[in-house]
Design a protein around this ligand. Structure first.
Ligand code: BG6
Length: 529
């Protein structure tokens, strides 16, 4: 037994396994493989709010493998028991939608361990190797390990080197040989160059098939449903192109601010935090060609092709393609909230954008000349993420449109990603009565009412996929690079240009006036949400 394991004796002595019979109703396509999951950054918010609730939810659905255990690591000194108690407390605080029963938690907690570590120190990894070897015997993990990096990006490289030096990163040859996998949280690099440098370090130690770059948007139910809607139904695909679609609007609005993450956000800004990853993944899912299969490479190939086809921004008239904004003080839901520059750990002269809006063109046969408008921002009027597909108007006017004499309203398909997940189709109908009056109505599908089940968190799906070894819903190295290559010139231009007139929108509004001008210049308007 390692010193640290001795210092933190495990209260539950029998080897616990995670078998659970609650599998009814679930079709399990591929089984999760036995392994230990090491969460680096176990004291952080992500572990408490997302990772442990997701793993426990998988456990009660019987989706974890029999041979499984979790090792939490962070700098804070804690015993296994203290870690288990802290995780139970976070379940109570953050996972109200996951049923928590004493007996099940006891069995789950028996597979939770904790090992303090300073990841910057090369000697932090040998005790981990020893504990994992011991747990392999105790829990039947077969020596397979997943390392989940939920730590400051500056620690990624020391961790990669430390794992390698401790012999934890190498796959042994042979089909049944133990494997390592590594999950890397965003931000994946700060720009193209740093993303490539990080990839170089990762590839020095892990194979691409062992690297899982997480983008939690890809794990959201509604985001996965974009592919199902498009490719499991025969009726949408024939309309899904420039002949029938006039433009597409993707909105990600958050009413929250930066939630105490001033130091991170000052370095990141909205373009890096939301657009380079989450928003571009949404664009690629809406615009991709049908893949030949659901295989990880086939789907990722198609998503990457979309990103490669996005027309690079022209620095000569950048303002007509990308705008930015920063919130000042304002009101949200009747509460007065401070401006970005008044947030803790934010410079009073900060140039960091908390909002951006972009006009993209995808230069291929399907999408030539169809604008994709993308907007994302913090402290907006309300929290909502949606994709609105606006179809071309009926070519000949037979009926009087309520929008006005010379108007024909367009049909619109709205994929509501969150909250109130669902799909709506807006269409014209005859209002009952002796005259022909048109009314625009919407046909609505809502997950909540249609299925009446809990929507699993994105992390449940993504962690399970990682346990199974399926990387389809994770970003591949070339995707990350293409996305940075698109965004980098904008960031450079912003950095080199004169300081923006920030703040330029009030908290609680819908962003700066420049955002409206961006879309209105083409004769369209942002949807009012
Ligand atoms: C994270 C960003 O990746 O996504 C946050 O760092 C943002 O700034 C969050 O708030 C939004 O995620 P969701 O799932 O709440 O839309």
């Amino acid at each position: 037994m390692s010193d640290s394991a001795r210092a933190n004796p495990v209260a539950v002595t029998e080897a616990a396994t995670l078998v659970n019979p609650l599998r009814e109703g679930l079709t399990i396509e591929r089984a999760a493989e036995p392994c230990a999951m090491v969460i680096m950054g176990a004291h952080g918010d992500l572990t408490k709010r997302k990772l442990i609730p997701a793993l426990y939810a998988l456990f009660i659905q019987g989706l974890l493998p029999e041979g499984f255990c979790i090792v939490g690591q962070s700098r804070t000194a804690m015993s296994h028991e203290q870690f288990r108690a802290a995780m139970l407390e976070s379940m109570r605080q953050f996972a109200a939608d996951v049923p928590l029963a004493d007996e099940e938690w006891r069995r789950f907690a028996a597979c939770l361990y904790y090992l303090p570590a300073d990841f910057a120190r090369p000697d932090a990894f040998q005790p981990l190797a020893e504990l994992l070897a011991e747990l392999a015997g105790r829990h039947g993990t077969q020596g397979n390990n997943i390392f989940y990096l939920s730590i400051a990006p500056s620690l990624y490289v020391p961790v990669i080197h430390g794992l390698s030096a401790a012999g934890l990163a190498a796959s042994r040859p042979g089909k049944q040989a133990p494997w390592p996998r590594i999950v890397v949280e965003k931000p994946f690099g700060h720009d193209l160059q740093s993303a490539q440098a990080l990839d170089h370090e990762l590839h020095g130690v892990f194979g691409e098939h062992q690297i899982f770059r997480i983008d939690h948007y890809l794990g959201k139910e509604t985001v996965q449903n974009i592919m199902v809607l498009r490719f499991a139904n025969g009726i949408f695909e024939p309309l899904w192109n420039r002949q029938h679609i006039e433009h597409i609007q993707i909105t990600n609005a958050e009413s929250i601010g930066i939630e105490g993450r001033g130091s991170y956000y000052e370095e990141a800004g909205n373009l890096r935090d939301m657009v380079q990853n989450h928003m571009l993944q949404l664009v690629s899912l809406v615009a991709m060609e049908p893949p030949i299969s659901l295989d990880a490479e086939a789907t990722r190939d198609e998503r990457t092709k979309v990103l490669k086809a996005i027309r690079p921004f022209n620095p000569a008239n950048l303002d007509q393609q990308v705008v930015r904004g920063q919130y000042g003080p304002g009101w949200i839901l009747g509460q007065k909230v401070p401006g970005y520059r008044q947030e803790p750990k934010v410079s009073p002269e900060s140039r960091t954008e908390t909002f951006s809006a972009l006009k993209l063109f995808i230069d291929n046969w399907r999408w030539a000349d169809v604008p994709f408008y993308v907007r994302s921002g913090k402290r907006l009027g309300k929290s909502i993420t949606e994709i609105a597909i606006q179809f071309r108007r009926a070519p000949h006017k037979l009926f009087r449109d309520p929008a006005g004499d010379d108007q024909i309203s367009p049909n619109m398909l709205v994929l509501q990603i969150q909250p109130d997940e669902g799909i709506s189709l807006k269409f014209a109908t005859k209002q009952p009565g002796p005259t022909t009056q048109i009314r625009w109505l919407s046909m609505d599908f809502r997950y909540g009412t249609a299925f009446a089940v809990r929507t699993p968190s994105a992390y449940e799906r993504l962690l399970l996929d990682c346990l199974v070894g399926d990387a389809s819903l994770f970003a591949r190295t070339d995707q990350v690079e293409v996305a940075w290559a698109l965004i980098d010139p904008v960031l450079r231009a912003w950095n080199q240009g004169p300081p923006p007139a920030f703040p330029d929108y009030s908290a609680g509004s819908w962003g700066p006036p420049a955002s409206d001008r961006l879309i209105e210049a083409d004769g369209f308007a942002w949807r009012r949400l």
